[in-house]
Design a protein around this ligand. Sequence first.
Ligand code: SIN
Length: 494
Amino acid sequence: MFKTDIVIIGSGIAALSVANALCGNGKKVTIITKGKKSSSNSSLAQGGIAVALSENDNFNMHYDDTLEAGCYQNNSESVMTLVSKAPEVIKEFIKSGMKFDTDEKGNLLFGKEGAHHISRIIHAGGDRTGLKVMEELFSQINKNVIINEDEMVLELRVKGNECGGVITRGKDGRINCYEANHTILATGGIGQLYPCTSNDITITGDGLAMAYRAGLPISSPEFVQFHPTMLNINGKTMGLVSEAVRGDGGILINQDGIRIMEGKHPLKDLAPRDIVSRVVYDHYLKGDKIYLDISHIENFKERFPYVSEICDKNGVDLNKNIIPVRPGAHFHMGGIKAEPNGKTEINGLYVVGEAACTGVHGANRLASNSLLEGLVFGKLTAENIIDSDRRVLHFDDEFSEAGVGVLPLKREIQSKMMEFIGIVRYKNKIPEIIKWFEKYIPKGTDKPFGKINFNKIDNERMEIYNMLTAGYLIANAAFDRSESIGAHYIIDKE
Ligand code: SIN
């Protein structure tokens, strides 16, 4: 049994934001991550951080844009908390050493992305914002933080309404038990449930599945955001082409050079992501080739070093000024029900970042609000814990004996998800995928895809079980919501 004040599952921006604030307060923090500490969506994030810091901006305008992009399905209090606290949190971050891109006078540079009515996105290292932010956060962490890599959390230790830590499989293959006063899920979203995604390979819906098994409610899981412009090499997505490219003048065209967003939305190429994704996907299904025309962008390689690097690596000649693109799964607006300060219905268990659904993103997340969410709600979660004197009482774990049968391959789940609950969903076809998932429900669990005997399966199969769980929950929620809204776009018949 390992004892720690706080155990954090995941190593992205939300996890580190909590860890940083807590370790400065002398708390002993243990971060457990399934891959390497750098394996997170945050490290891959190109687009920046939306914050109302420019002269012509204020947080009410940021609030309005967030609600409009979210199709007014947002929790307005969560949105107000995010946008109103953002300027102070970012100023503090800069004071602590973070360097965002500035002009020669040292003033922050503000870029534009989809559905923002004003330039309010700050970046670092051009399109390497996520990486730079993560490097800074890792450099700020002190010796009170232990980071255990290559260790997979298998189950939350929950009894009644109390959480007492986690059960893991360490890199030596042994089962470990952690006793913690506070347990924080910061596991990210569900991107790997789809065949084309911007997400890191480790993002398989583990947090969502574990929280569901532990009895927490899952909110609006049907809201899955697709990003319209992933680099498309022979039908495979090879990384993201940031929306900031369109913010700087990039234009979506087809193989004949015709603008595809013309007449589709007043903001054209900078319309909300769900709308742009559907237009691109529609063309893609018709067999059109879709490109980002970058001929209007000056100094593309300096402005977008990361996009240039992945284009180069994949044989895309930027001198031709066009980048082949297609949509891919990007962000989960739904997730484990939580408050902006991480609080859940189980004492001692918190959720933060993309894994959480505070309602802040509604039915479609506004661009560059997610790194911001990690920083702001991470800080609130840490403050919540600092104020708490909770001490977990020792309890004996009860393990399930249920075993899983034959499981599908990850790629089978991915292709089913894309076909049935992707960018477009056909109402009359959703029951088919629900039935498909039901074939894999183990016998002897307290509920569909409930707790199982993890001793009997390896980490790969545990991930598959988690993916099935997340997919099953998304499919059922998609079936229950019969009207199209935001990223949940449903048509009656194929
Ligand atoms: C992007 O760079 O296009 C992604 C930004 C985001 O998802 O917020």
